[in-house]
Design a protein around this ligand. Structure first.
Ligand SMILES: [Zn+2]
Length: 266
């Protein structure tokens, strides 16, 4: 599942392919962008912000950003020009051609081309500090957590961790793993959780995994990568109690937890 570390690694993969090159052809296969054409534009930088991928382009004084969100199933792949794609063509949403490579975005949940310049709003301004950003700022994340609790004293640790306005980059896997490492049930009110430790764990885990091929939160050898995520009914790696899974309050996501290591808040 794509989380902040996935996007960081993706940007690192695409940067040497695209940055500094001129787009010889672009094809945006969403109705809203049917007439968008950035051929002749230059790619200045490829970077991630939270769970978004940004391809920054310019043409003389004009600047724009190709901004995408992978959602659950999206991906970007690099092909040699003329090579057969490894994913179905009808799921392609963006094709960026440069000298020597074709970069294709498949099944993207979101795709935008934003013009950048004075007076134009930053579409990602609502995001909290990026856990893997050069300007990562734990104090801002903590302040946003405190604001979230002040607004709603019953807000759960899960909701706060997943709220990209608090800090950007945590998805469902890290949410579950952080709750386990904090020793709190996923529905525990944020107000009784150690916010500093939550922020510090989020940063440590994403940073550790930002360029690893296999994500791990346990530091354990072999294939014991995760503590609880995706491990329903299997024994807790700490205490042996079977891991449980329950839908979240909004039924959007699934929470995994150990009922012994993460007892419900009383
Ligand atoms: Zn346990």
């Amino acid at each position: 599942m794509p989380e902040g570390d996935t996007l960081f690694a993706l940007a690192a993969q695409l940067r040497p392919v695209l940055a500094g090159k001129t787009l010889s052809r672009t094809d945006f296969r969403v109705p809203r962008l049917a007439t968008a054409d950035l051929s002749g534009w230059r790619v200045d930088e490829v970077r991630s912000v939270g769970k978004h991928l940004l391809v920054e382009v310019s043409d003389g004084d004009r600047r724009a950003v190709i901004r995408s969100h992978l959602g659950m199933d999206g991906s970007w792949r690099v092909f040699e020009p003329g090579r057969r794609w490894t994913k179905p063509g009808h799921t392609a949403r963006a094709v960026l051609r440069v000298d020597g490579a074709e970069v294709v975005g498949f099944a993207l949940r979101e795709l935008h081309v934003d013009r950048v310049g004075p007076g134009r709003p930053d579409p990602l301004a609502h995001l909290g500090p990026d856990l893997l950003g050069a300007d990562w700022d734990p104090a801002r994340a903590l302040a946003h957590m405190a604001d979230a609790v002040a607004r709603d004293p019953s807000v759960t640790v899960s909701r706060v961790l997943l709220d990209q306005r608090v800090m950007a980059g945590v998805g469902n896997i890290y949410r579950n793993e952080i709750c386990f490492l904090l020793g709190v049930h996923p529905t525990t009110p944020m107000r009784v959780v150690d916010a500093e430790e939550a922020v510090s764990l989020a940063r440590r885990l994403l940073w550790h995994n930002r360029l690893r091929p296999v994500r791990t939160t346990t530091g354990l050898p072999g294939r014991a990568d995760l503590w609880v995520y995706g491990r329903a009914d299997r024994p807790c790696r700490r205490c042996g109690t079977p891991i449980r899974r329950v839908p979240d309050e909004d039924r959007d996501r699934i929470a995994f937890y150990c009922p012994s290591c993460q007892p419900p808040d009383r």
